[in-house]
Design a protein around this ligand. Structure first.
Ligand code: URA
Length: 439
């Protein structure tokens, strides 16, 4: 056993920590033997000196084992989950879980809440009246056995080390470190009891990683570490400069996800959803090629099997399943403002800045400025135009659904700043940037 300052000094001086030292650190974070100031010092040393892949894998495993690790041997289907690094309008999980369950996979999905400008899957689901995201372990397992999908929050006894470490990183400027991000993300996903993992690593204005180089480095590290601890993993690198799909805001995104499952989704959102489920099908051994996966997924949408799987999910978790056929049963905002193109000449949408749109949605009440803040499930935006679309003077760009009139002006200012136009046709950047596999 080393004393904490010896472990800190090794990393401060650019050395490598042993597996035992990393395990001692993580155990100390949970027990309190590592004081917050010592943990913060070590986190900063890791940010500045980095970690080898081996150290990162040991940190990931130690964090994963810091609490309860779910094992699901009774589930015979391939258990594959997806993690997205987060974006604006990203409601892919709501489409992906029922679609994947309808084509032979089991999706044991544990998700988070939204913070800052990005939305969280749990918040979106909770906009469905009655929907419960806290299930007992027995209910969770029973649901995975019967309908092959569950979407819940991670319980307090899982990965406690990440809760402490993330809270400290947030206030000590130590979030931006690929080893720490990898260990944080993967420890939580690997504690779910999955066989394989698909990652959507986003880059761009509305993403955690702003540049393609940063996102690629994160994706490569995630895939290598995850595969290294025995979980086959594929990452897709996708662009998040403008919102994904047309809707931003919790209930509005649920409506759009249901449209996708009915075969009437926006092309960009369908593209990312199909691409991710196709990777899940390949990792789960159900399909060998992308083409086979595409055929299977499209037939599940066309036959209504994927929508039926969504109905089963909502019903199993206590939600009002009538929302599927009647969106008026979801929370609706009292007011709607129509933002129109104020140019005097015809033009094209050049940018819909996802970061500013996310901030505008938060100002309306759709997101949180701090972890305890309450959200308004009804508010948000539905875009009629996206990057590259032609616009005529006075044409509708976006419907703003709002409740509190005092929030509207600030949100509109942010939204107007998010939108830029060009008089020349605009090339739409490729949404899918790359696919990174462990092989
Ligand atoms: N998301 C996480 O869960 N952890 C990080 O460190 C960063 C993003």
């Amino acid at each position: 056993m080393d004393i904490p300052q010896e472990i800190i000094a090794i990393k401060r001086d650019g050395g490598c920590l042993s597996r035992a030292q990393i395990e001692q650190f993580v155990a100390g974070v949970v027990s309190g033997a590592f004081r917050d100031y010592q943990t913060s010092a070590l986190l900063m040393a890791i940010v500045l000196q980095g970690m080898s892949h081996e150290e990162t894998a040991w940190l990931t495993e130690a964090m994963m084992r810091s609490g309860r690790v779910v094992e699901l041997p009774e589930i015979k289907r391939p258990k594959v989950d997806k993690h997205s690094t987060g974006g604006v309008g990203d409601k892919v999980s709501l489409i992906l879980a029922p679609l994947a369950a309808s084509v032979g996979l089991c999706v044991p999905m544990m998700s988070g809440r939204g913070l800052g400008h990005t939305g969280g899957t749990l918040d979106k689901l909770e906009s469905i009246p009655g929907f419960q995201v806290d299930l007992s372990d027995a209910a969770y397992r029973a649901q995975l056995g019967s309908i092959h999908q569950a979407m819940i929050g991670q319980s307090a006894d899982m990965v406690p080390a990440d809760r402490t470490l993330y809270a400290l990183r947030d206030v000590t400027a130590t979030v931006e470190s690929i080893p720490l991000i990898c260990a944080s993300i993967l420890s939580k996903k690997l504690a779910e009891g999955i066989d394989a993992l698909v990652l959507d690593v986003k880059c761009g204005r509305g993403a955690f990683m702003k540049t393609e180089a940063e996102a690629r480095a994160l994706a490569q590290a995630l895939v290598k570490i995850s595969a290294g601890v025995g979980k086959p993993t594929t990452a897709l690198l996708t662009r998040m400069d403008q919102p994904l799909g047309n809707a931003v805001g919790n209930a509005l995104e649920v409506i759009e996800a249901i449209d996708c499952l009915k075969g009437d989704g926006p092309p960009d959102l369908m593209r990312v959803s199909y691409a991710l489920v196709a990777e899940m099908l390949r990792l789960g051994g159900i399909c060998e090629t992308r083409e086979q996966a595409q055929t299977l997924m499209e037939s599940a949408i066309q036959s209504g099997a994927a929508l039926q799987a969504f109905r089963e999910l909502v019903t199993a978790q206590g939600g009002d399943v009538r929302v599927v056929d009647d969106s008026l049963r979801l929370p609706a905002a009292e007011h709607c403002f129509e933002l129109r193109y104020d140019g005097t000449e015809p033009g094209y949408v050049a940018e819909v800045d996802a970061l500013l749109v996310g901030e505008a949605a938060r100002l309306l009440g759709a997101g949180r400025a701090h972890a305890e803040a309450r959200i308004d499930p009804a508010v948000g935006f539905v875009f009629s135009k996206k990057v590259g679309d032609a616009v005529e003077p006075g044409e509708l760009i976006c419907r703003v659904h709002y409740n509190a009139s005092e929030s509207l002006e600030a949100a509109l200012n942010r939204l107007r700043a998010a939108l830029t136009y060009s008089t020349r046709p605009v090339t739409i950047p490729e949404l899918m940037i790359d696919r990174i596999t462990g092989a």
